[in-house]
Ligand binder design. Sequence first.
Ligand code: NAI
Length: 311
Amino acid sequence: MAISFKDKVAVVTGAGAGLGRSHAIYLASRGAKVVVNDLGGSLDGVGGSNLPAKQVAEEILAIGGQAVPNFDSVATPETAQNIIRTALDNFGTVDILICNAGIIRDKTFWKMGLDDFDLVLKVHLMGTVYCTRAALPVMRDKKYGRIVMTTSASGLFGNFGQTNYAAAKMGIIGFMNSLKIEGQKYNILINAIAPLAATRFGEPSGIFHEEVKPYIRPELVTAMVAYLCSSQCQITGDILSAGGGRFSRVQIVEGEGIRFDAKHEVTPEMIHEYLPRILDMKKSVGFFSITDAINKSLGPLMEDRGKSGAE
Ligand code: NAI
């Protein structure tokens, strides 16, 4: 069945360029009414301009779609509220939120000013929090919402010179992991995309060579984002990696581990001896929530207590 966004209202943050632009245009091409948000600053978050958001909104209108630009920053509660209000004022509701806006301020941690740390956290993590907070009451009332948050392999796996960015991107995962549980009964499904695409983000590192750029187009990431925004999507709390035509799931998992007898002392020497088994990930599993994780950890202990008749 074809996926359509007819009668759906989408807010895409940081949609004036790169991935956000691609998401906004694609959703609009499939019928969504789109708020094209972009502050229009530099890659390191300085300045601002109305031009990028305006241009993308015009591109959408030119293909017969519906869009309205918004130039607010995601990084304060008030301006994030304005972004969502733009959707409500122009289109009456919000069904889809794509938190995509971002900046980078790369430096090794010992050379990084704490202001660089703060700002990156503000834009990525708090920007996602503020926009979600503003959109959530509308979604809860209508019992429908699709939210896509943007994480990064830098946070999931680590990257030199990106402690601030990695912390923010992993913070988004923690935020999603808990919010997905709260959103579920209202049919608000929340997933995270870990994209890879040739945009200005790759310029400082020069990571994307000219010859590979055609194969790492933002549109290839958008296919997954659009699916996650659709009513067909029924998954929540997943992290999907997308780039260069490859799509995969990233998951936080726990190894099988080892269980010592809890009635007796456990020493660091025992940890040393059994470390290979503790670190072994062959039988690792993921959990939907802390409840599942605790059941796995403590379940057998509770059973034992039950059998022995202990209090
Ligand atoms: P980009 O720089 O082309 O797009 C980011 C957009 O966000 C820009 O247009 C910028 O003006 C806007 N923006 C920045 N601060 C803002 C604020 N406070 N309020 C509103 N808009 C703001 O870069 P790209 O690559 O499209 O990045 C999009 C997202 O994807 C970011 O969250 C980034 O961290 C993430 N990402 C990108 C990867 C890639 O390979 N390009 C890899 C991993 C994550």
